[in-house]
Design a protein around this ligand. Sequence first.
Ligand SMILES: NC(=O)c1ccc[n+]([C@@H]2O[C@H](COP(=O)([O-])OP(=O)(O)OC[C@H]3O[C@@H](n4cnc5c(N)ncnc54)[C@H](OP(=O)(O)O)[C@@H]3O)[C@@H](O)[C@H]2O)c1
Length: 272
Amino acid sequence: MRITGETDVVFILCDPVAHVRGSDILNRRFAAAGDDVAVSPLHVVPEDLPVVVSAVRSMRNVAGFGVTIPHKVAVVGLLDELTDRARLVGAINFVRRSADGTLTGDNVDGAGFIAGLAADGLSVDGASVLQVGAGGAGRAVAFAVAGAGARRLRIHNRSPRAAEELAAAVAAAHPACDVRPATSADPRETDVAVNTTSLGMRPGDPLPFDVAALPAHAGVAEIVIQPRMTALLEAAVARGLPVSYGRSMLEGQFDAVRSFLWPDGGSPARRD
Ligand SMILES: NC(=O)c1ccc[n+]([C@@H]2O[C@H](COP(=O)([O-])OP(=O)(O)OC[C@H]3O[C@@H](n4cnc5c(N)ncnc54)[C@H](OP(=O)(O)O)[C@@H]3O)[C@@H](O)[C@H]2O)c1
């Protein structure tokens, strides 16, 4: 990779830093698109976030930055503007730096999820969807699922309050979708079942829902990235059900990141 004074720079602010792979994915995708963009993780602890965000305003070759845990909510108060979807989700994962230093926050997790589903041959358009989990990523997924034309959405979460609040917010934003909290992860009447919890990251985690009880036509989507083949996906594949991977959601964010950081038909500088 060539990085020169003409290169647009993008950071990913995170703590801890060692696990970050999004920079590698984005660098590969920008290079494949012929864009002169370089993405680097920056290890920023929470108490330093305000000073780092403020400094980015003065960095004129920085197009923006991504944020991961634990900065996704804390960064909201440090920005000038939020997109509508970021305001709904209540968390940010990308920030655009405009030429005058203005910082605008967006959340492309949901767009990435829908694009990842499509890349794996699944769709929620007209579908009945079961979502388990109502954490940060789960919020983004629920708004995106309803926005992508799901007919029915049931949200179950270990802590019921989060599912109730999320279902009410999604129903208000997308009245055409029948959205309700669910006291159990009942997989019947489901076309697409989605795990947005962190269950599956550790060996021995219980499955978020009963794959055996899903209808024979149902698809199963996972947002856990590592391992790629979670126990949930293993169970779904063993039943012959179509699946979508957490990695697909991450890859699916590329187009949304690119069009957000370089808006209005603009595009990153080209490599020569
Ligand atoms: N593929 C991608 O592009 C992408 C993007 C973002 C995140 N992720 C992944 O998504 C997962 C969740 O991330 P997040 O940021 O949403 O985390 P989060 O905000 O901490 O939410 C965690 C969710 O998992 C639930 N949960 C955790 N432990 C559980 C358990 N033992 N039993 C049942 N439910 C449990 C939580 O329920 P409670 O509310 O009851 O605690 C909550 O719904 C992580 O694996 C993360 O790496 C993937």
